[in-house]
Design a protein around this ligand. Sequence first.
Ligand code: AFD
Ligand code: MN
Ligand code: MN
Length: 424
Amino acid sequence: MKITPNHIEAHNQARLVQHVKRLDFLTSEINNADAILKKLMDFQVAIPSWALGTGGTRFGRFPGGGEPRDLEEKIEDVGLLHALNCSSGAISLHIPWDIPKDGEAIKQLAASHGLRFDAVNSNTFQDQDNQALSYKFGSLQHMDKAVRQQAVEHNIEVIKQGEALGSESITVWLSDGSCFPGQLNFRQAFQNTLESLREIYATLPKHWKMFIEYKAYEPNFYSMTVGDWGQSLLYVQKLGPQAFTLVDLGHHLPNANIEQIVALLLMEGKLGGFHFNDSKYGDDDLTVGSIRPYQLFLIFNELVEGMDALGMSHATDLGWMIDASHNVKDPLEDLAQSVEAIQIAYAQALLVDRKALNAAQMDNDTVRCQEILQSAFRTDVRGLVAEARLRLGGALKPLGLFREVGVRKELVRERGSKTLATGL
Ligand code: AFD
Ligand code: MN
Ligand code: MN
């Protein structure tokens, strides 16, 4: 299945008059539309290879049909999404779920869809069939040096795989921890993990980054060895300049002030990137912006302010990735919604009147501070986001075109209705 320029052209033509009307109104209301458009056009969000199939819970899984059967088809799916929105031009691989058999051929296939490879992800939270030692009681933290060594070697192998594809970062998410008090000596677990991470870090290519992702709970329910941003920061500070903290929005305890965490990690030069998703209760992996769009905006508000203060490039200095799971929605539709939600929050954050906010803060004018933030948040920037897509050659309404041409129906026809994608 391919989305052709003809599809895009016909779809856009039919919506152009309405779009221009909307955009004209919007640009008459704001004064930095051109600058925002340029930034939106530069901004790409990576799609996780493990989120292209239907997810499930431990209770069950209800596949929707036409799921990608192998890495090639996963790349095809991300290519479809990118053809529609021109803003998801990267794929993040999970190894060993997605080991390229022929690296060069996979690289070429991705390039033919305009895709590059974002961070590679290691997996020591499951045992694989051919694995000698078990990760039941942890991997990089394990009491047994041989298990730690096996996990270290896996991560080194993932870096090698990533290098062959042109990736420039590895994300390490550990499920290591304990389920019951007394099970683990916390200091020992930390030291073991640090020592293992150091061995991995030592093999990083010079231009690579290592992201240490934290998570408050699950699958371990008493302690997680990288349980929060403070612990992740401890590791990355000890590891060195190529190590950074990765913030997954679903990995905090309820009501955590994620925007403040982001601001401080940025200030310390230790924020590496994001796994975007949304949640009501925990690590729900729901569509970005579906539950707490204001929180997402506030996070982007800190990002824009902090990155500008440090002279960082919005497009390239942090890793922007989605990490989601789709139990009831079509994965591609869900991902299209997520990318758009990220772009909307980013555009709204670019609208914030920084000078006025600064002045209101200096005056302790709390009311004015809220007005400034909320007036940006309540601006309907969808016309700007659509215009950025239009200029890049994408569809005015990606989701609309996806349904008009019956992408899923065609994928089911090509691949079958009972296919199963690897992932969670
Ligand atoms: C986990 C983490 C991490 C990991 C993924 C596995 O968010 O990013 O790679 O799920 O699918 O909860
Ligand atoms: Mn994640
Ligand atoms: Mn997660």
